[in-house]
Design a protein around this ligand. Sequence first.
Ligand code: SF4
Length: 369
Amino acid sequence: MKVNWRLIHSARNSYVALYAACEQSGFILYPVKEPAGEVTCYSLNTINEPINEPGLRDEITNADCVTIIGGSHATAMYQDVIRYADYVVVGEGEYTLPRLLAAIEQGTSTAIPGVATKDHYEPADTDVRLDAYPAFSEMKGYVEISRGCPFSCGYCQTPQMFGHCMRHRSIDAVAQYANRYEHARFVSPNAFAYGSDGVHPRFDKIKRLFHHLRYQIFFGTFPSEVRPEFVCDTSIELVTQFCANSRLHFGAQSGSNAVLQHLKRGHTVEDVVRAVELCCDHGLTPVVDVILGFPFETDEDQLATVRLIKWVTGHGMVHAHHFMPLPGTPLSGTFARPIPLKTAQLCGKLALSGKLTGSWSDTAIKPHS
Ligand code: SF4
């Protein structure tokens, strides 16, 4: 059975991981630019989902082959997506997708936990153990070191997709993949939580991991950002001693403690300020994520965020986005507040001076710590 993978740039990480997982079960996911063969798989996330790209919905609807759709958008909206696809993989794909492909090939029942069809759905009955699957195979990818997040930030799809229990790839398994290339970059909802329950850091385990890595390490920067309250002398010294990155990337999201509390972020503005100062003390450039336009923000909350942006850009950089209510999140169904002209002008000015990046004029966010 010929199984294809629809190439979508923003879903490359999913392709890398699922290619390796399916290969292990004897299925190669051939890259295609349109649906073809007997089966074509898609990963739909927030950026490429069919509301933003209606062409994809039409393409899937009219595909002349079996279509399997996964990804964060499909997971959150499986009842909608199944109306135009044959199967939706809800949640993690490493275990479920090869199982579904085998059932399609053998003509056996596709009533599989974690797979939605037009007339059947039951949730997955197992969580993926990262060590059971390669981080990547032929295609180079980032090494996913941790999955799942104990927090429930109102705008974020990660816990819906991967659950609240943090799971980690073992040190040996991380090293096996990271040591294949000269630059080691990692995927994690919070890199400083490696080896821990996601709340109580285990910096000893991160240090042990670093001792197993041979080449240049990039940690706490794209795509393994961290949470601000995990930034401390110990964690920063791990970066300055072992890693090649000169930046540390973490999320503030708002300059208002009332907003952070509403979001259930689990940290305060003071944690962010402390993290920025610690970075500067240790010679690292802080890069701080901010989201503008939460629906429940007051004018005073917005001003507090603007003050934070100004202060951070005096010490490092800001990565700003306009809030987007993602499906499956606690804030789904709400509407972003418009960004005041003065705030947009400030962002533009800071962007021109190289102090701010992002897409504050678009309603798009990249959820992470
Ligand atoms: S934003 Fe980060 S900390 Fe918050 S739920 Fe998502 S992954 Fe977890």
